[in-house]
Ligand binder design. Structure first.
Ligand code: SF4
Length: 316
């Protein structure tokens, strides 16, 4: 799985002062399952080390880039290098982008824009991040700063792997039957993200308007990628867990049922992490051969080794 990433987060010494911002989660944990495509628009434009730059208010919704040393407007240089870096990463089969927070180039909603008087006005996308957001509106994108939050981290990783799964399906030129099977396997994950969107996706695969498969698939793709970008929550997960428990209720003993529901309640009360009721459900589904549950992506959305659902803080 290829992910574009701000090069300084990989430990490359290309920050303005020749330093880096190595991020261990990116290189060590997620790095086990990803191939990174590094980029650095500022290094390309100004070399390393270099004077710092900042974003300065231009018109109401725009800014220019100013060198903090010479006060010169260096927007053109940064725009050119951002476009070159963008063209390079665009040629890769990307499944996501991870950007360095607060940078005037890479910050995703966290780059400060200053007024001419020197006071900070608001936060915005850095120049390169803006380009990525505009050109790849459906691609998973996140800042490393936000990934320190276990809830956002879990949601982002889930999104990355679901996006990858969809792209892999697309590459096989799937039939309608295969799309329906894909949709079914994502039922509970999609419900945990957004139940209304899940139902709309169901309408699309139902094809009541007799659309051609290409048109239908295009509609499904946009809505699927939009839905997986939504954040799950403890409340939504709890509903999904209760729903899943319904599939095994006639196969397990009263004591097992009671223990499962107790664990779901404990999850909702933040006493145990999500992995606890999920593992129990998975075990019941496996034991009693409830294939529909066993095949649900919600039970195994990404490699187990990442262990993101073992953290009680991964639920909100
Ligand atoms: S421009 Fe982006 S990649 Fe380069 S040093 Fe700054 S934050 Fe890191």
């Amino acid at each position: 799985m290829k992910i574009a990433v701000s090069a300084c987060l990989l430990g490359e010494k290309i920050r303005f002062d020749g330093g880096h911002k190595h991020d261990r989660f990116i290189t060590k944990q997620l790095g086990e399952f990803a191939q990174y495509v590094p980029f650095c628009p500022e290094h390309l434009a100004f070399g390393t080390p270099r004077p710092t730059i900042r974003l300065v208010e231009d018109t109401e919704d725009s800014y220019f880039v100013q060198s903090n040393k010479s006060q010169e407007n260096v927007s053109k240089e940064l725009l050119n290098s951002s476009q070159s870096e963008f063209s390079r990463i665009q040629n890769e089969p990307l499944r996501g982008i991870i950007l360095k927070s607060k940078s005037p180039s890479c910050g995703l909603g966290s780059a400060l824009v200053y007024r001419e008087n020197g006071y900070a006005k608001e936060k915005s996308d850095g120049m390169f991040a803006k380009m990525c957001r505009e050109q790849f509106p459906l691609l998973p994108m996140e800042e490393e700063g936000r990934l320190n939050d276990p809830w956002l981290r879990e949601n982002f990783v889930m999104q990355l792997f679901a996006y990858d799964d969809f792209e892999n399906l697309k590459a096989t030129n799937p039939s309608m039957k295969e799309l329906v099977a894909f949709h079914q396997s994502y039922k509970f994950m999609l419900q945990a993200k957004n139940d209304v969107m899940y139902r709309e996706l169901g309408q699309i695969v139902g094809n009541h308007d007799n659309l051609t498969f290409d048109v239908l698939f295009g509609q499904y793709e946009v809505l699927f990628k939009t839905t997986i970008a939504q954040k799950s929550s403890i409340r939504k997960n709890r509903n999904v867990l209760e729903h899943m428990a319904g599939f095994v209720k006639d196969k397990i003993s009263d004591v097992e049922k009671e223990m499962l529901h107790e664990q779901i309640r404990e999850y909702a009360d933040k006493i145990v992490p999500l992995i606890a009721p999920l593992s129990r459900l998975y075990m019941f589904a496996k034991n009693h051969e409830v294939e529909y549950l066993v095949g649900q992506k919600f039970l195994n959305p990404y490699p187990k080794e990442l262990a993101l659902r073992s953290d009680i803080k991964s639920g909100k």
